[in-house]
Design a protein around this ligand. Structure first.
Ligand code: G6P
Length: 611
């Protein structure tokens, strides 16, 4: 949520900052700004509400140049998305700050600073940081010392980047609850909230840890830990993935990411399967011993990742006989939880930085779980670092705000987890593991077949162009798939969409059904198919229009009021993964027809690092 970029070099860094912001725009995009120390040693700033293109245009009209600067793309928390609330925030023309996160005690600090004569220009919590810093700078004369001095006064979560007019040789950073990474160059160094922002200038990165403060100069970096001790942090080198910030031949990142699914599912399976079983060691060296002791699983996640957890419950209980509970992180973290003995605590997250999921993991640590396991797409994330075990999905960077390839790779990882737990506890039925391992190997080819149905789905999308409401139905493990389908449609096309377990239809939602309310149904050929077909009859009898995704053998046909999309045949346990794909395509095409901003839907952000 929000994006930070900073640079210190011997060349003009404004183009680097702008390029970095564009790469981070998926994180927040309601306003943006840049501040540099210019040739005269003055702090110069440009901010605009709206997308980064607005800022870029303003900078074309009135260029800013400098060899030290910071920039920010915002997702509003405190204060509307107006220019005066956009970052960087400045104090007395001497200090500039960009900030990700929330300062919880900002009202007390604001009052105190107003008492000291500071005038506030914005409604943000961030502005207290910059005035506080300026105040301390007057006392100490050194920006690094001033930053260290104010940190204990800031309560909440933050990633900060700071520059000062009188100190053109340093870019400062502080991390507490919001990620920051330093990019290392030759005679120049960089800072960002996500390494993806800096891939155009470097492939060497140093991740700051919780409580770290860094002083970044052109020729070196000095880091202090939370206790103020100088520390060295490991340098990581990335050799791949730089292509992710490019849409390639695709019109949108979302479409590109939908089409990447066969490849990234294959990658997620790599090195994790033996001939006929899952390699339990893929979850970490202690996994084999730990998994044998697991008697319960508690899954916690948000958004799309929560839906993945809901599918996993059907697998964990149905295949491995392990009791499983699934809960959204924002609820879990604030209620009194009774922990079953020998419970494994599983978090699922694309980013590994979602504030509620991280907080749930931290509270779980106090609650006596056997161990924590993160299913995550970012190996360097806080969630992975703070968990006992992890399994990384190999989706690669996901840029579209609506999650697609992260979800399907999470499902693959969760099926691997189910098989690994079942194997370690000897609770899988005979031959189940070998059969599903074989089916998982065939999955990328099935996903290719599902993607080949794109034209059919595009035609069906036209039917939605004038609709305002939509119902999604599924039974069993397809119910969370229906929830995910509804979430995708509402996120990017702004059509109101709800998902129901099909059996609940006549307990309420049937009252809404008429010709203007399409009913989308995921109907693979499983033991619930006949029951689902009766539910579809109930819809047709009320004049409802059906869009049905079903197996050729399901006995459902195209006809009046029923648009059938014939799906490739698949093992019923893997159907949730395959049936997700056409629902993603459907939402995508509806959004394109509606003319919405597919990759950056209004009011949303990719990585929700605030509560
Ligand atoms: C935001 C994103 C969703 C995502 C959710 C959880 O709402 O827009 O796509 O599912 O956060 O994010 P995580 O990174 O924890 O999976």
């Amino acid at each position: 949520m929000c994006g930070i970029v900073g640079a210190i070099a011997e060349r003009n860094i404004t183009p680097i900052l702008l390029e970095g912001l564009k790469r981070l725009e998926y994180r927040g995009y309601d306003s943006a700004g840049v501040a540099v120390i210019d040739a005269a040693g003055q702090l110069a700033r440009c901010r605009r509400s709206g997308k980064i293109a607005e800022l870029e245009q303003a900078l074309r009209a009135a260029p800013l140049a400098g060899r030290l600067g910071i920039a920010h793309t915002r997702w509003a928390t405190h204060g509307a998305p107006l220019e005066r609330n956009a970052h960087p925030h400045c104090s007395a023309g001497e200090v500039a700050v960009v900030h990700n996160g929330i300062i919880e005690n900002y009202l007390q600090l604001r009052e105190r600073l107003q008492g000291l004569g500071y005038r506030f220009e914005s409604d943000t919590d961030t502005e207290v940081i910059v005035h506080l810093l300026h105040h301390k700078l007057q006392e100490t004369g050194d920006l690094t010392t001033a930053l260290k001095a104010i940190i204990p006064e800031l309560h909440g979560a933050y990633g900060l980047a700071v520059i000062g007019a009188g100190q053109p040789d340093r870019l400062l950073a502080a991390r507490s609850g919001s990620p920051l990474v330093i990019g290392l160059g030759h005679g120049e160094n960089f800072l960002a909230s996500d390494q993806i922002a800096l891939r155009q200038v470097t492939d060497r990165f140093v991740y700051l840890e919780e409580g770290d403060i860094a002083e970044i100069r052109r020729d070196g970096v000095q880091i202090w830990d939370a206790q103020g001790r100088p520390v060295q942090r490991e340098t990581l080198q990335y050799r791949d993935g730089a292509e992710a910030a490019d849409k390639g031949e695709f019109r949108h990142f979302m479409l590109k990411e939908i089409h990447e699914q066969p490849t990234v599912v294959r990658r997620t399976l790599e090195n994790r399967l033996a001939a006929s079983h899952v390699l339990v060691e893929a979850f970490g060296p202690q996994a084999a011993e730990l998994f044998g002791r697991v008697k319960n699983v508690q899954i916690v996640a948000c958004g799309t990742s929560f839906h993945a957890g809901m599918v996993a419950r059907y697998w964990l209980e149905g295949l491995a006989g392990i009791p499983c509970q699934v809960e959204v992180a924002s609820e879990f973290r604030y209620r009194k939880v009774v922990v079953q003995p020998d419970s494994l605590f599983v978090t699922i997250s694309q980013s590994g930085e979602t504030a509620d999921t991280l907080a749930a993991l931290r509270s779980a640590r106090e609650l006596g779980y056997l161990a924590s396991l993160a299913i995550c797409n970012v190996g360097t994330s806080s969630l992975v670092r703070e968990s006992d075990l992890c399994l990384l999905t190999q989706a690669g960077p996901e840029i579209g705000v609506a999650s697609t390839k992260a979800f399907t790779t999470q499902l693959v990882a969760l099926l691997l987890l189910t098989l690994a737990l079942g194997q370690a506890r000897s609770s899988l039925g005979a031959g189940v593991e070998a059969e599903l391992v074989e089916e998982l190997r065939r999955l990328p080819a099935r996903l290719d077949e599902a993607l080949a149905m794109d034209d059919t789905i595009q035609r069906i999308a036209e039917f939605f162009a004038d609709k305002n409401n939509c119902l999604f139905l599924g039974r069993g493990a397809q119910y969370p798939v229906a929830m995910e389908g509804a979430l995708k449609l509402k996120e990017i096309s702004y059509i109101h969409a709800e998902a129901y377990p099909a059996g609940e239809l006549k307990h309420g939602p049937l009252a809404l059904v008429d010709a203007s309310m399409p009913v989308v149904t995921v109907a693979p050929n499983n033991e619930l198919l006949e029951k689902l077909k009766s539910n579809l009859q109930e819809v047709r009898a009320r004049g409802g229009e059906l869009i049905v995704f079903a197996d050729g053998e399901a006995g459902i046909h195209n006809g009046e009021g029923t648009r059938l999309v014939r799906m490739p045949h698949i093992h019923h346990q893997l159907a949730p993964i395959l049936y997700t794909v056409p629902l993603q395509l459907l939402s995508y095409h509806v959004a394109v027809l509606k003319g919405t901003d597919v990759d950056q839907p209004r009011n949303l952000a990719k990585s929700v690092t605030v509560e």
